[in-house]
Write a protein that binds this ligand. Structure first.
Ligand SMILES: [Zn+2]
Ligand SMILES: [Zn+2]
Length: 422
């Protein structure tokens, strides 16, 4: 069967045409379907200055990483400022409860103080610092998931770090280490959709990267920063209601405007914190990549990064399941779609990654830079191997979470389609 083609509108070359994917040409035509939905993102929009700055910063950090030895990223001046700002913020959060309690004590003499005291205490409750938490059903144990815990322990031992105290399985196409709860226990969260896409070597690479964040002490030093950032995010979420509360007329509208205005304060604070942590976060990612590659080998690590370039396919899988155009589960559909992606579409994604302009508010360096850095210092063999039999056993363990993850993915997609029917 002859392959269908169409001429490129820019240079006239005949390019292959596959109705499932957007066509593109070697000359660069249509590599990335343009997203001009927002003025900020238009090619000549105000965002271009910001994007140029971000790209320059990312390039500088990449070049430094390529020259430098894979030493641990240092804390530095921005780090000190970041720590200072975060500590100030967390201390500031203590003012309303302390003030509230003091006023309450005073109120025994002059009862009128009861009004501001109650107000401050209400503020204290609404805006208290929030430690991160994990849903109980997402947590695994050594008994329920022995293979997963064993693999994490082996990778951690290879990198000479204490393994995380908690391991959770989430519905994200992602993985991360974090601290949770009042005791601030170290937790690894791995997304089932991501694990499902990875082969044995890539799974080791992923865990290597995450354990490297522990080896680097990113969580230890980042604790108070993390708390500040997490709390600000919750404040923004509480203040930024999408529309005036119904049935409340002009009063409700005014209150809504005040809340939107007030949300600018935590937004600005978050902006400062994220930008102060930018360099350090990027260096930490490069460091974690190198350590991850030292455990799993460079080819496996690059394979992992290329899988992540296909993460947008998760949304397509969710859509197909919600619209009943497939009988598979979301994760199975995702795996099917990803394995069914032709080489030409993978090449397009690789080229888009090369063009990807960094943003100063992302936590990871551009994928193309990460791949280039790894390939310039290749590590051939793997120090940790997951044999086929152990991998199959791991898959059987993970299957126990499949039904829950599928439900979460379907619900999340429906909630985005019908945001008002919560
Ligand atoms: Zn062309
Ligand atoms: Zn990372």
């Amino acid at each position: 069967m002859a392959e269908e083609t169409q001429p490129c509108p820019d240079c006239g070359t005949l390019v292959p045409f596959d109705p499932r994917f957007s066509p593109w040409c070697e000359c660069g035509w249509n590599l990335e379907p343009p997203d001009r939905s927002h003025e900020w993102n238009a090619p000549s929009g105000p965002g271009r200055i910001y994007r140029a700055l971000a790209a320059a910063r990312a390039t500088k950090l990449f070049e430094a990483a390529q020259r430098g030895s894979p030493e641990r990223p240092r804390w530095g001046l921005e780090g000190t400022l970041l720590l200072g700002a975060s500590s100030l913020l967390v201390c500031g959060m203590l003012l309303p409860p302390v003030g509230g309690v003091l006023l309450l004590l005073e109120a025994r003499e002059s009862p009128i103080l009861l009004v501001p005291a109650i107000f401050l205490l209400a503020v204290a409750v609404a805006f208290a610092p929030r430690p991160g938490r994990l849903e109980k059903e997402s947590l695994t144990s050594k008994e329920s998931h022995p293979r997963l815990h064993d693999l994490v322990r082996r990778v951690a031992a290879e990198l000479k770090v204490d393994p995380p105290e908690l391991i959770a399985i989430s519905a994200d196409l992602n993985a991360y280490v974090t601290r949770v709860g009042l005791r601030q226990r170290r937790a690894l969260v791995v997304g089932l959709p991501l694990l499902a896409l990875l082969d044995r070597e890539e799974r080791v690479a992923l865990l290597g990267h995450e354990m490297a964040h522990l080896a680097n002490g990113d969580l230890t030093r980042g604790g108070i920063v993390h708390l500040a950032i997490h709390t600000l995010t919750v404040w923004i979420y509480l203040l930024e209601q999408p529309r005036p509360l119904d049935g409340s007329g002009i009063g409700g509208y005014a209150a809504w405007l005040v809340m939107i205005g007030a949300s600018l304060v935590p937004r600005a604070m978050l902006w400062v914190l994220i930008h102060l942590s930018y360099d350090r976060a990027q260096r930490a990612e490069y460091f974690a990549d190198r350590l991850g590659a030292s455990v799993a080998g460079t080819p496996a690590f690059v394979g992992l990064l290329e899988r992540l370039l296909q993460r947008h396919i998760l949304e397509l899988a969710q859509q197909r399941v919600v619209h009943h155009t497939t009988d598979r589960s979301v994760v199975d559909e995702l795996v099917h779609l990803v394995h069914d992606t032709p080489p030409r579409e993978r090449e397009r994604l690789r080229r888009v990654a090369q063009l990807e302009l960094s943003a100063l508010d992302t936590t990871h360096p551009p994928t193309a830079f990460r791949i280039r850095l790894l390939e310039s210092h290749p590590v051939e063999g793997a120090r940790i191997e997951l044999d086929a039999e152990a991998n199959a056993a791991l898959d059987r363990e993970l299957a126990s979470a499949a039904a829950r993850i599928d439900r979460e993915l379907v619900d999340a997609f429906r909630a985005r389609l019908y945001p008002l029917r919560r």
